[in-house]
Design a protein around this ligand. Structure first.
Ligand code: CA
Length: 693
C-alpha cells in the first residue's frame, strides 16, 4: 500500500499534460517497496521502483556508499536483485555473490564452476544478464544450461537441473530466470551459432521438476515432442517451407518474459531465424511462426493462448526478445491491460495483453525496412528492397544491433513514459549467390548468419545513439538526449521522478524523468552496459550498478581495455562520501616483434578463421576493449607453441578462453600471422598520426 501512496504523491507533482495520460498502475503483487526481485523488479517487469528517498530534489546529495572490485571477465551485463536489505548478483560466469546491502560486506559466494564444464558453450562469450529472487531462494542460470536454486541465507544449492539436452549443440543461456507463479521459467539463445530450435522450459520452483516446455518453431513434421507446444506446431509448420528443421529454425527465447498474474499468463519474446537469410531457412517464404513474435502462454500449462508476430518471415536478425513490460493504459478512451515492447526492428508496440490485438506501433528510431505497421492486420508493410532481393546488397536500418538492443527499457507509471536506450546503426544485407539448398551451418558455435559479405565500395554510416523518453499513448517521443557512440547502459525509473542510466563513456547519470534534465552524475572510470537497481537496506535507499565494458570500442573515443579497466559493483546512497582510487589505464599500444616474418598467405587463412571464431569476444579486426584481451599486445600469440596450447589445448579455459580443438595447426598458425599483422598495421597507423607509441 505504501508504494501506491508514494506513487500517487509523485504523480501529483507532474505537469498537467503528463497527468492526463497517467492511469492507475495495475495492482502490484506483495513485493516490498524496498526490494527488487526479478529482472524488471516485479511482475510488471518495468524496471521501475516506487522508492522516493532519492528523488529529483535530493539526488544532488547522492554519493558512493560502497563498492566491490571485480576481476577481468567478459561478463559485465548482470543486473542485481535485492531482498530484505541483501543485494544478490552474478559476477563473471554466474558466480553468485550476496552482499550486505548497506555495507557491501560479502555474506556468501557460490561458484557453479562454469569454466570447468561449459566446453564449447564458452565460445558464445557472454555471461548472465540477470538472476531472480523469490521467497528465500535465489535462482540463476549458467552459460552451458543449468538452472540452479540457492538458499538465499546460505548460498547452498537447493537443486540444479540441466535445461539444454545436448551439450554439443549451439544453445546457451544469458537471460535471467523468471518466476511464474509456482514455476521458474528459463529460455536460451544461440541462433547465430548453429542449427538451433528455440524453446522455453518451466520448472517447479521448489523441486526443480520439469513442468512443461514450449518450442517456438516446428520441428521435423510428424515428430511429437510431448511439449505444450505440440498442439500448435502443425499450424506453425504450415508457415514454413523446405527442410527448415535441418537449420533448426531459431526463435530462441534468450531474454524477455513477463508473468501476468491478473490473466494467469506468461508472455515470451522469440528471436530471429536460424539462419537470418530466409531464402536458406524457408526457401518458399512463409511467415515462419513463431519467429520474431510475442507469445502468450498459459502460466500453469504452457498452452498457447495468442501470438503477435512483429516480423513475418524474419530476414534481418530482428527479434522480440527485448523487454516486455506490463501496465494499463487508456487508449481511445478505453482502459486496457497492455504490454509495451520496443524490439530491434525500431517500432514501439502497444499490445492488448488480454486479446493480443495490436493497439499502436510507431517508429521510435531510424528504420528503413517498413513503410508502416498496419494496425488493422497487425502486419508490417515492408519496403520493396527490404528483403535484399536478387543478390543486390541493401543498406537497411536498423542492423543486427537493433534500434533497441539488450539494454533495458524502463517504464514509469508516474510519468507514463518508456525510457529506451536507442541505437541508429545500419547494416548492408546481402543474399549470397550460390547453391543455397546445400548451405550448412559452420562448425560448433561459429558465427553463421546465411548472409553475404558487403561489397568493399559500400559503407555504413557511423552509428549514433540516443536516450528516448517515449509516450506509448501518443506514440511519439516526449524528450530525447543524444548519447555518445553506439551502445549505452540500461535504464531504471523511480517514483522520485528520476531516471538512471550508465554510459559507454563511464558516466552514471540521473535525469529528471519528466523532462530529461540531467541532475547528477558519477565517474565510474569505465564504460557501463548493465542496468541499475534500487533497494532499501537498514531503512536507507541505495542505487546499485555493475560498471564494466564488454565489446569493441563504441565510437565515442573511449577504449576500455579488457585487462586494465576497473570493473566494479557500485552502490550509492544520499550522503555517500566514498571516493574511487585514481585510475590509470597505462599504455594500450600494440606490441610488435620485429623478427616475426609475416606470410601473406597465412595472414589470409587467419583472417577468415578470425572472422567467424574470434570476433565476438576479441573484436572485429583485433582491437582493444571489452570482451577479451587485446591480442595485438597479448603474450600468447607471440609464440606459436604457447598460442597453440591456449587455442586448441584449452589451457586458459577456466579463465574463460574457450578451447578450439577443431582448428587445424595451419589455421592456428594463420591466426597468429593475422594477429601479428594487425599489431603491425596498428603501430604503423599510430606512427602515421604522428603519435609515438
Ligand atoms: Ca540474433
Amino acid at each position: 500500500m505504501a508504494g501506491r501512496v508514494k506513487l500517487a504523491a509523485a504523480a501529483i507533482g507532474l505537469a498537467a499534460a503528463t497527468a492526463a495520460m497517467t492511469v492507475e498502475p495495475p495492482a502490484r503483487p506483495a513485493i516490498p517497496d524496498g526490494d527488487w526481485h526479478s529482472y524488471g523488479r516485479g511482475w510488471t517487469e518495468d524496471h521501475f521502483s516506487p522508492l522516493t528517498e532519492i528523488n529529483d530534489r535530493t539526488v544532488s546529495r547522492l554519493g558512493l556508499a560502497w563498492s566491490h572490485d571485480i576481476d577481468p571477465t567478459p561478463s559485465v551485463l548482470t543486473q542485481p536483485v535485492a531482498a530484505d536489505g541483501v543485494l544478490y548478483t552474478a559476477i563473471g560466469y554466474s558466480v553468485i555473490h550476496a552482499f550486505d546491502g548497506a555495507t557491501g560486506k560479502l555474506l556468501w559466494r557460490y561458484d557453479p564452476e562454469v569454466g570447468k564444464v561449459a566446453g564449447i558453450k564458452l565460445r558464445a562469450g557472454w555471461g548472465p544478464r540477470g538472476i531472480a529472487y523469490h521467497d528465500g531462494t535465489v535462482f540463476t542460470a549458467t552459460l552451458e544450461g543449468r538452472l540452479i536454486a540457492l538458499d538465499a541465507k546460505t548460498g547452498k544449492p537447493r537443486w540444479s537441473v540441466q535445461t539444454i539436452d545436448d551439450p554439443e549443440n549451439a544453445l546457451y543461456i544469458t537471460g535471467p530466470p523468471y518466476i511464474v507463479g509456482d514455476l521458474v521459467l528459463i529460455g536460451n539463445g544461440g541462433a547465430e551459432y548453429g542449427p538451433v530450435r528455440g524453446y522455453v522450459s518451466a520448472y517447479d520452483r521448489r523441486t526443480g521438476k520439469l513442468a512443461w516446455r514450449f518450442y517456438t518453431v516446428p520441428g521435423k513434421p510428424g515428430v511429437k515432442d510431448g511439449a505444450a507446444s505440440d498442439e500448435v506446431m502443425e499450424k506453425a509448420a504450415s508457415t514454413w517451407t523446405g527442410e527448415w528443421w535441418k537449420h533448426g529454425g531459431g526463435g530462441t527465447v534468450w531474454q524477455a518474459m513477463a508473468y501476468d498474474p491478473q490473466l494467469g499468463r506468461v508472455y515470451i519474446g522469440t528471436g530471429n531465424g536460424s539462419p537470418w537469410n530466409q531464402r536458406i531457412r524457408s526457401p518458399g517464404g512463409g511467415d515462419n511462426l513463431f519467429l520474431a513474435s510475442i507469445l502468450a502462454l498459459d502460466a500453469k500449462t504452457g498452452r498457447y493462448i495468442w501470438h503477435y508476430q512483429a516480423n513475418p518471415g524474419e530476414n534481418w536478425d530482428y527479434n522480440n526478445t527485448m523487454d516486455i513490460q506490463l501496465t494499463d493504459l487508456v487508449i481511445g478512451g478505453q482502459r486496457r491491460p497492455v504490454l509495451l515492447h520496443a524490439p530491434k526492428n525500431g517500432f514501439f508496440y502497444v499490445i492488448d495483453r488480454e486479446t493480443g490485438k495490436l493497439l499502436g506501433a510507431e517508429a521510435f528510431g531510424k528504420q528503413t525496412w517498413a513503410e508502416r505497421i498496419d494496425l488493422a492486420s497487425g502486419r508490417p508493410v515492408e519496403k520493396l528492397d527490404a528483403r535484399y532481393p536478387g543478390g543486390k546488397p541493401v543498406l537497411i536500418f536498423p542492423g543486427p544491433y537493433g534500434a533497441h538492443g539488450v539494454a533495458t527499457m524502463s517504464y514509469s507509471p508516474a510519468t507514463g513514459l518508456a525510457y529506451i536506450p536507442t541505437t541508429e546503426a545500419g547494416n548492408i544485407y546481402v543474399d549470397p549467390p550460390g547453391d543455397l539448398p546445400s548451405w550448412r551451418h559452420l562448425p560448433q558455435l561459429a558465427l553463421s548468419t546465411g548472409t553475404g559479405a558487403p561489397p568493399p565500395d559500400m559503407a555504413v554510416p557511423p552509428p549514433t545513439s540516443a536516450l528516448v523518453a517515449w509516450d506509448p499513448v501518443a506514440q511519439k517521443p516526449r524528450w530525447t538526449v543524444p548519447t555518445a557512440g553506439r551502445l549505452q547502459g540500461g535504464t531504471m525509473a523511480t517514483a522520485g521522478n528520476l531516471l538512471f542510466q550508465g554510459r559507454s563513456t563511464g558516466r552514471f547519470i540521473a535525469y529528471a524523468a519528466d523532462t530529461g534534465r540531467e541532475l547528477w552524475s558519477f565517474d565510474a572510470q569505465t564504460g557501463i552496459q548493465a542496468s541499475p537497481v534500487t533497494y532499501t537496506a537498514k531503512g536507507r535507499q541505495y542505487v546499485a550498478i555493475l560498471a564494466g565494458w564488454r565489446g569493441s570500442p563504441n565510437g565515442d573515443g573511449t577504449v576500455w581495455d579488457y585487462r586494465t579497466q576497473p570493473r566494479r559493483l557500485l552502490a550509492f546512497a544520499l550522503g555517500g562520501a566514498r571516493k574511487l582510487p585514481p585510475y590509470d589505464p597505462g599504455s594500450l599500444d600494440p606490441v610488435d616483434d620485429p623478427d616475426f616474418r609475416l606470410d601473406p598467405a597465412k595472414v589470409a587463412i587467419g583472417r577468415a578463421v578470425y572472422g567467424t571464431r574470434c570476433t565476438v569476444c576479441h573484436g572485429a579486426g583485433v582491437v582493444a576493449g571489452g570482451g577479451a584481451p587485446d591480442l595485438r599486445r597479448a603474450p600468447g600469440p607471440m609464440d606459436l607453441e604457447a598460442f597453440t596450447a591456449i587455442v586448441s589445448g584449452g589451457v586458459l579455459q577456466e579463465a574463460g578462453m574457450p578451447r578450439f580443438q577443431d582448428l587445424s595447426p595451419a589455421q592456428i598458425e594463420g591466426l597468429q600471422h593475422f594477429i601479428r599483422s594487425r599489431a603491425r598495421e596498428s603501430l604503423a597507423a599510430a606512427h602515421q598520426q604522428g603519435r609515438q607509441p
